[in-house]
Design a protein around this ligand. Structure first.
Ligand code: C2E
Ligand code: CA
Ligand code: CA
Ligand code: CA
Length: 276
């Protein structure tokens, strides 16, 4: 019966083997890419409203594959999570972002904070908070400068991920809830997690200038954030109209193409003139 089932399953899901092949191929290529140094980080400003001064930056990973060209992190991060490579890749991301921040700091051009995205799998890895503490110490970055961005789904299951969030917070690292409003129990999490920043998902920002559900939710979320003493960041702000409306609603932080696209860090070494 098992054999017959297997056959039937295969017949009714013809794309399945192709998909798993592609997943395995991409997984292997990610391994090679990490060894060959094909990844780099870009940084996107998070600004203060209404004037647009840079308050922080978020680091985002980029991958240019020699044949595939640009591959979106929305495609390869989930693959790296499933293969487990995200643990090593995530450590590279964290160290690279910290080294960059330390460099900005030395040159007096560091923004107040920098955000690093951390996946569910990394958070649940034993000793994650200790690893973060070690990387901060090694790179000479103060814990209060770092914002760890986690999604609601990563902490939804409780357990190890929630403990890690607590430990990171105890170290003085700020926690941001990413894509806020799109997960299972957004508001419930705020009762128990030591969260400092709510990143309001771009789906609510997109239609904020039109009367409708999204605008109502964007309005409610800023009230929740302000009421709880949290910082709300509006994500995916693409127009001046959206920025103005968000400001009117009470948002004081925003991120999006209107203010600046993710870009590689400019070299700071040339600024350094013989410091004796
Ligand atoms: P995210 O953390 O929600 O990152 C924000 C995404 O919105 C980024 O896409 C950014 O480029 C994009 N974005 C910024 N401004 C605008 C805008 O005005 N309009 C629109 N439409 N999009 C905007 P990106 O870089 O492609 O990253 C996609 C997702 O991949 C991220 O979503 C995050 O979940 C994941 N990711 C990226 N870098 C990392 C990383 O270093 N580590 C981990 N674990 N995940 C990462
Ligand atoms: Ca993020
Ligand atoms: Ca987000
Ligand atoms: Ca996202």
């Amino acid at each position: 019966a098992a054999k017959a089932d297997g056959g039937r399953h295969r017949r009714y899901a013809p794309g399945l083997d192709d998909r798993t092949d592609e997943e395995a191929r991409l997984g292997a290529e990610l391994r090679t890419a990490l060894d060959r140094g094909e990844f780099h980080l870009v940084y996107q400003p998070i600004v203060e409203l209404p004037h647009g001064d840079v308050a922080a930056v978020e680091s985002l990973i980029r991958w240019w594959h020699p044949e595939r060209g640009y591959v979106s992190p929305d495609v390869f991060i989930p693959v790296a999570e499933r293969s487990g490579l995200i643990v090593e890749l995530g450590e590279w991301i964290l160290r690279t972002a910290c080294l960059q921040y330390a460099d900005w700091w030395r040159h007096g051009v560091a923004p107040e904070r920098f955000g690093v995205n951390v996946s569910a799998r990394q958070l649940a890895e034993p000793g994650f908070a200790a690893l973060v503490a070690a990387v901060l110490a090694e790179t000479g970055v103060h814990p209060a400068r770092l914002v760890v961005e986690v999604t609601e789904t990563a902490v939804f299951g409780g357990g190890a991920a929630v403990r890690a969030v607590q430990e990171l917070s105890d170290l003085g690292i700020a926690i941001a809830l990413d894509d806020f409003g799109t997960g299972h129990s957004s508001l419930g999490l705020l009762q128990t997690l030591p969260v400092r920043v709510l990143k309001v998902d771009k789906s609510f920002v997109e239609n904020v200038t039109m009367a409708g559900r999204h605008a109502v939710i964007a309005t409610s979320l800023i009230q929740v954030a302000n009421g709880l003493g949290l910082v709300a960041v509006a994500e995916g702000v693409e127009t001046a109209e959206q920025a103005a409306e968000l400001y009117r609603l009470g948002y004081r932080r925003a991120q999006g193409h209107h203010f600046g696209r993710p870009a590689p860090a400019r070299p700071t070494s040339t600024v350094e003139v013989s410091r004796v």
